[in-house]
Design a binder for this molecule. Structure first.
Ligand SMILES: [Zn+2]
Length: 329
């Protein structure tokens, strides 16, 4: 990667991918807070990522925004940039950069399994692959998400007198859980913490069906027994959740496959629903790309690097700072 440095800086066009600090030119793969930061001068991203950044950080969170559609090549001097869907959240992309015949693909965060709240992942061949590895250990084998969502529906049948509070991150996970519930035929009103409202509205505006979703009313006392309530995990731990009488605490996250972690977070009903590739997806995709070099940006880097070496693929961990696998997935 002579023309791209370890900080994902594309040198010939002075452009950074998902920079952690404000820069002159940024390409943003998706709207999660550890990839999209405010304060850049020029931002190149999908229409959805730009709109999500504006919802989260305000209209003026960058000086200039430029949209790029999926599968459309943009030439900047001698470098071509193409976005391919990453299947992670609404608007998320992989970034393929081409310079003097060499193709380098940046996955951003991605998943291959089906998710109707965003465009389906599209595989891309490349010479070098810069990949995430959030769940880059062989123990991570994500189960089918409809199986997981049915655990929640079963619990509602078993405990109709108890509110079910599901911990979800505001961007992507909340909407995916709502969509999965609707896909399973659950058509009751679903309640959300106020901090999820703007992004749920934004998804609905983009014709992603979430059904009837209402904000939890903080002033009027209401009985939420037998209802589903979505809230950020931080709200579940604070005073907000005390208004619910004997709730079942659940959380939807890829990390819920680690029983100890579920226990530590006092999660009674863990749902293993991940928006990241699991071990098999990560390694299958590396093979598919036919990349000769693999660079791992963040996550469980050692195991992926080891697997690549065993498979005679050159690999290096970049250990990018600021990628947070705990706060928002
Ligand atoms: Zn993400």
């Amino acid at each position: 990667m002579k023309w791209i440095d370890k900080n994902l800086h594309i040198i010939p066009i002075n452009t950074h991918i998902d920079p952690y600090k404000p820069v002159e030119n940024a390409i943003i793969t998706h709207g999660h807070a550890d990839h999209a930061k405010p304060g850049h001068k020029n931002v190149l991203a999908t229409k959805e990522t730009i709109e999500i950044m504006k919802i989260r950080y305000g209209e003026n969170c960058a000086e200039n925004f430029q949209e790029l559609k999926l599968n459309q090549k943009l030439k900047i001097n001698d470098v071509s940039i193409t976005f391919y869907p990453a299947g992670h959240i609404l608007g998320s992309v992989q970034v393929l950069a081409e310079f003097k015949g060499e193709k380098i693909n940046f996955t951003g965060d991605y998943k291959i399994s089906k998710d109707i709240t965003c465009t389906q992942f599209q595989p891309v061949k490349c010479h070098s692959l810069v990949t995430e590895a959030t769940f880059g250990l062989p123990i991570f084998q994500h189960p089918n998400e409809s199986f997981e969502i049915n655990k929640l529906l079963k619990s509602l049948q078993l405990f109709p007198e108890r509110p079910h509070i599901i911990g979800v991150y505001a961007l992507g996970k909340a909407q995916r859980v709502l969509s999965l519930l609707r896909q399973q035929g659950y058509d009751n009103e679903i309640f959300i913490h106020g901090s999820l409202e703007k992004l749920c509205n934004y998804y609905q505006k983009n014709e992603i069906f979430l059904g009837k979703v209402s904000k939890v009313n903080n002033t009027i006392k209401k009985n939420y027994n037998g209802e589903i309530i979505l809230a950020p995990p931080s709200a579940i731990k604070n005073v907000w959740s005390r208004k619910f009488d004997d709730p079942i605490i659940s959380q939807a996250s890829g990390w819920m496959s680690i029983k100890q972690r579920a226990k530590q977070s006092l999660v009674e009903l863990p749902l293993i629903i991940s928006d990241h590739a699991d071990w098999n997806e990560l390694t299958d995709y590396i093979k598919y790309t036919e990349a000769e070099n693999v660079y791992v940006t963040h996550g469980r880097e050692d195991a992926i690097v080891h697997w690549c070496t065993q498979n005679k693929i050159k690999a290096l961990a970049l250990s990018l700072s600021g990628r947070d696998d705990e706060t928002e997935l």
